[in-house]
Design a protein around this ligand. Structure first.
Ligand code: HEC
Length: 586
């Protein structure tokens, strides 16, 4: 075992002069004899009081190196205490140094993992954190022999041959599993077309471990079907980038750069949920810093307490027992009660937090197979007029008092010459301004569409970036809509008062942001569905800092906790059944 205890010495002695390529033993040797030391203020620690000042700054620290690169910046170091229900991750800086603040690691035995594409960790064995002294553990990485299994969806898309449009077809394939399945498959074009056609039978809240049939696919004999032309076209391309022609891919495997600079100044915590199969598609933070999450594939609403990682789950009653379970959107009303879009259960559901009871409103298409789907719901301004908006197969304004659902007609009030185009508009994400007017995001195109709450007149606006795929977003207290452009790879902002757009490109290609939200410190956050990168945009300077999450995540809804300073970021992880907090250090 190659870790070293340094007995309550401050400042911690660092291996700043560690030479590239030297072995682990040599590295340990170097530590004791090497200065310079780094002052405590340069370590990511919290201000400690007079009593705690006897405590070491870091519970666990060291440098990360490989013979290929020497000291390595941007390596994620993740530790989990034996028996703990959460992991803690920090990132090595430009000196290769990583450091866990003492208040983040309780004493105990820890396992260590790393994320650095192209590398595997030489297992350092169990490390014992004492809490009273800084434990020094230098980490050695070796080049991986299986790069393909480490590639994110974004890295596959970056690597494969083909035009952007051809590759973008795969953006429909990243919501239930990663691209490892299609990329490693050996299907020829004909077989691939059948596979792609079969995918359309699975409901959105499916995983390969737990498939659920869409209501309109029950009884379909999909293997007997002639796949539609679209599936065949895609299959023709897909079969040129998988393993149908040999044991290796016919393109070079490319990787994204590791995090750097400010992107390494972060602590991430990943919390397990009570059910490992949980799909926490949407997670939102309340004014006390509690995190509420839905489940995309099961009838549960949960609440996580980040202080100790404990979670409570409430079982949501089924309204259509024969249809897939699970919710998509989850939002607070002005009283802090929670509304959920219940997908194939065909209702919007309200959870009363005082009584811990559920109440629901049925879609007019309730029972109508796939058409009854209710994905989105916006109770944020229900105090204005007693109404919420929902999105799904169709979008509606719902009067909670009368139970009336009025469908949006996207051509209503639109100038004659735009009516045909407007008739093709639909909305994925939905948001409301301070007057409870509707703003819909056209994932299939590039419109943000306003619907007046009183007249239901429609006004579509096109994003400056064509075919941007606006996906989801939130309106801030200045009535500005912050949203993600899925295909445009941008954060968008639509000022609903001036009717002007501003866009910021995400600096990492193939991030494909899903959602965006502004925090109280003026940073807009987004996260990628394809590459596990989270972006934090300084809206004054337009600088975007990119943080890489510790695991393969498939980011959806993003939210911020404004009770911390600076505000922290939260996202659910459908692939690992966890909730992840990202805390920037400055
Ligand atoms: C709605 C969820 C969902 C989406 C979206 C989805 N898949 Fe799947 N995929 C599944 C499930 C469930 C399985 C396992 C059951 C099965 O094979 O049908 C699976 C399995 C697979 C497999 C392994 C089985 C085989 O036949 O080779 C491949 C390859 C695959 N998917 C490719 C794709 C591609 C390509 C896309 C995009 C067109 C896609 N998937 C989109 C749910 C999905």
């Amino acid at each position: 075992m190659i870790y070293k205890k340094i007995h309550t010495i401050l400042p911690v002695i660092l291996t700043g002069l560690l030479l590239a390529g030297c072995s682990q033993e040599q590295a340990s040797e170097t530590q004791t004899s090497t200065t310079p030391a780094v002052s405590q203020s340069e370590l990511p620690i919290l201000d400690t009081g007079p009593v705690e000042s006897m405590m070491p700054a870091a519970a666990l620290t060291g440098v990360v190196s490989s013979s290929a690169e020497g000291l390595m910046e941007g390596v994620l170091v993740t530790v989990r205490r034996d028996g703990a229900t959460f992991t803690v991750t920090v990132v090595s800086d430009d000196q290769g140094l990583y450091s866990f603040p003492v208040d983040r690691l309780e004493p105990g035995g820890y396992t260590v993992n790393t994320r650095a594409v192209g590398y595997d960790l030489v297992d350092p064995g169990k490390v014992i954190v004492t809490g009273t002294e800084t434990v020094q553990l230098d980490l050695e990485l070796t080049e991986t022999s299986d790069l393909a299994s480490q590639l994110s969806n974004g890295e596959w898309l970056l690597s494969m041959n083909g035009s952007v449009e051809e590759k973008q077809q795969f953006l429909n394939c990243v919501s239930c599993h990663t691209l490892q399945l299609p990329m490693r498959s050996r299907h020829n074009s004909e077989m691939f077309a059948r596979t792609i056609n079969r995918m359309s039978t699975w409901s959105q809240g499916s995983t390969p471990m737990r498939p659920q049939l869409r209501p309109d696919s029950v009884g379909r004999n999909v293997m007997q079907e002639d796949p539609p032309a679209r599936a065949k076209r895609f299959a023709e391309f897909a079969s040129t980038v998988n393993l149908s022609q040999g044991d290796n891919w016919n393109f070079e495997l490319k990787t994204l750069p590791r995090p750097s600079g400010k992107g390494t100044r972060v602590i991430m915590t990943e919390y397990d949920l009570p059910r490992p199969e949980a799909l926490p598609h949407d997670a939102i933070v309340d004014e006390d810093g509690m995190v509420w999450y839905g489940d995309f594939g099961s009838q549960f609403l949960g609440r996580l307490d980040p202080a100790d990682g404990s979670a409570v789950e409430y079982e949501i009653p089924m309204t259509q027992p024969e249809s897939p379970g699970g919710s998509l959107d989850i939002n607070f009303d002005p009283d802090g009660n929670i509304f959920l879009g219940m997908m194939y259960q065909g209702v919007i559901m309200k959870f009363d937090r005082n009584n811990e009871t559920f109440e629901h409103w049925k879609s007019p298409l309730f029972d109508a197979g796939d058409d009854s789907r209710t994905a989105m719901v916006t109770p944020r301004m229900v105090n204005v007029d007693g109404k919420v908006w929902t999105g799904g197969v169709e979008e509606y304004q719902v009067d909670l008092n009368t139970g009336e659902w009025i469908a949006i007609d996207y051509t209503k009030g639109v100038p004659e010459n735009y009516r045909e185009a407007a008739s093709r508009i639909g909305s994925y994400g939905v948001a409301v301004d301070s007057m409870n007017n509707f703003y819909g995001l056209q994932l299939g195109g590039d419109h943000v569409t306003r619907v007046d709450a009183k007249t239901l007149d429609v006004k579509p606006f096109r994003t400056p970036t064509p075919n941007s795929g606006p996906r989801r977003g939130r309106i801030d207290d200045q009535d500005r809509l912050w949203f993600a452009e899925y295909r445009g790879n941008r954060i968008g902002m639509f000022n609903t008062k001036t009717e002007q757009f501003t866009e910021w490109e995400v600096p990492v290609p193939w991030t494909n942001p899903y959602d965006a939200v502004l925090d109280d410190s003026g940073h807009a956050w987004t996260g990628g569905m394809t590459n596990d990168y989270v972006g934090r945009l300084n809206t004054d300077t337009s600088e975007m800092t990119m943080y890489l999450l510790p695991g393969t995540t498939n980011i959806r809804r993003v939210d911020v906790d404004n009770t911390t300073s600076p505000p922290s970021f939260w996202v659910g992880d459908n692939l690992e059944g966890t909730l992840i907090r990202v805390e920037p250090l400055d």
